[in-house]
Design a protein around this ligand. Structure first.
Ligand SMILES: [Fe+2]
Length: 481
């Protein structure tokens, strides 16, 4: 008999593009120690921790949450407790473009009933240095973090790595999607490298800093990407129902960091906190990234959207786009999500009798779309990587007249769509308010395209009247003016 045994838990393998290893799985209770023996066994807060580390718990849910699966927390074993910091002082001058209160009483907000579209958001100029925190611009959102309800959509642009500055968003979880330039993210729980096409979630309360390896190496002039922030709730995988266990985003494709810590005594560090959209900063004389070991399920993770397993109707009509959901967030209404992240990646579309583009529609949900790379066309405004589009709740939209003509007359054959492309949509079930600052930069509504639709039904009136007469109904007398 021969036998073999694994020598440790599974972690991913580093590559040139990503030097880090990751633990895999979604929502797991992971454990990681950068020094063997640093994690206590049998308890979380022993009288004295190994190596005289401090034990500290970060709770991302209330202590009492039902069901138990809603508990999200992490125990950290660190060189100093986080409370070892200087006084908090207002720091809105770091970035006055962040908004958090999406209420009609906020004069920075505008109610936009129509469609909006933005060309790629402007990158910082060479003479202007912005790090990730300085480069966040709020576009739209709903609710308010003081209510623990709602969300925000931001863009970020940056051309400077965060040096001895960490960011901590106390308002909500950040879902970040780089569009240009990788993000090398140091968190209290370890490092992640995130490239365009990947998404990363960093939960509220976790301190992190963002380095820009492609900008620092001269490969890119600046980094740019998208952020969705949710207040008072966490991202989850959508339910699968009759689909079974092997479609959409697979849990094993989510990657969380391993423990990593720095020793940086006597250096001046700044931690910037975001509280209800306001920034505060505190200084300390040591690195906040001093967590030697941790265990828990409140852990950042990343996911490569190219791994998404598309499932869709293969006969007759197409499915609703929520079949492309990677992550979802529950609203306070049972059974109704607050937001779904949908990704549009390469796939085959069916060959049978169907109108292939997205059908014309009016949805309760607001839609915010962006493009990570590739091309995504068909609608009135061609979406470019780094640009954005917005469709207001219940307002009509759909393909151009030219696309309708093409889609209703072309030969149907098997077809690949979204080749070399990752587009995404924040499918948001609530109406949004848009920041006035970004409304001013948006493209006007496409009036000429809207006026182009022709009522071909009227050219078919003789056929219509034949059908009506045959059914014993009165024919239509209509003369074109
Ligand atoms: Fe839509």
């Amino acid at each position: 008999m021969a036998s073999a045994m694994a020598r440790g838990g599974y972690v991913t393998t580093p590559s040139d593009a990503d030097p880090y290893i990751y633990q895999t799985g979604f929502g797991n209770r992971f454990a990681s120690e950068a020094v063997p023996g640093a994690l206590p066994l049998g308890q979380n807060a022993p009288q004295k921790c190994a190596f005289d580390l401090y034990s500290e718990q970060l709770n991302g849910s209330s202590f009492v949450v039902l069901p138990r699966s809603g508990i999200q927390h992490v125990w950290m074993y660190r060189m100093r407790p986080s409370v070892a910091h200087g006084p908090l002082v207002p720091a809105d001058d770091i970035n006055p473009a962040i908004q958090a209160s999406f209420l009609a009483t906020n004069p920075a907000m505008e109610l936009v009933p129509d469609q909006l579209a933005w060309d790629p958001f402007t990158l910082p100029s060479d003479g202007e240095k912005k790090d990730f925190v300085q480069g966040i611009r709020t576009v739209c959102g709903q609710g308010d973090p003081s209510l623990r309800q709602g969300l925000a959509v931001h863009m970020y642009t940056a051309n400077r790595s965060m040096d001895r500055r960490a960011f901590c968003n106390n308002d909500g979880d950040f879902l970040i999607m780089p569009q240009q330039g990788r993000l090398q993210i140091q968190t209290e729980l370890g490092w992640l490298m995130v490239r365009p096409g990947e998404i990363v979630v960093i939960q509220a309360g976790i301190r992190f800093r963002v380095l820009l390896p492609d900008v620092d190496s001269g490969k890119e002039k600046a980094a740019r990407g998208y952020i969705q922030e949710v207040f008072g709730a966490h991202y989850e995988l959508p339910e699968l129902g009759p689909m079974g266990s092997n479609g959409m985003a697979l849990p094993q494709d989510f990657e969380s960091p391993v423990a990593a810590f720095d020793i940086d005594e006597g250096s001046q560090w700044e931690v910037v906190y975001k509280l209800m959209g306001k920034l505060f900063s505190s200084e300390q004389d040591h690195s906040p990234f001093d967590v030697v070991a941790w265990r828990g399920n409140l852990v950042p993770y990343k996911y490569a959207t190219e791994k998404f397993i598309n499932v869709a109707n293969v006969e007759h009509d197409q499915a609703d786009p929520t079949v492309y959901s990677v992550l979802t967030v529950r609203s306070t209404v049972p059974g109704v999500p607050l937001t779904d992240l949908l990704v549009f990646t390469p796939k085959w579309i069916p060959t049978s009798n169907t109108f292939r583009p997205p059908y014309y529609h009016r949805n309760m949900s607001s839609e915010v779309m962006g493009l990570l790379y590739g091309t995504y066309g068909g609608s009135a405004h061609s979406l470019e990587p780094g640009g954005l589009s917005y469709e207001a709740s219940y307002m009509p939209h759909g393909e151009t007249y030219e696309t309708w003509v093409s889609a209703t007359t072309r030969e149907l054959k098997p077809e690949r769509v979204c080749e070399n492309t990752v587009a995404f949509m924040f499918h948001i079930t609530v109406p949004l308010l848009v920041t006035k600052a970004t409304v001013g930069e948006a493209q006007p509504a496409p009036e000429s395209q809207r006026a182009a639709y022709k009522p071909h039904f009227l050219e078919r009136l003789s056929d219509v009247n034949t059908a009506l007469t045959k059914a014993g109904a009165q024919s239509i007398a209509y003369e074109k003016k």
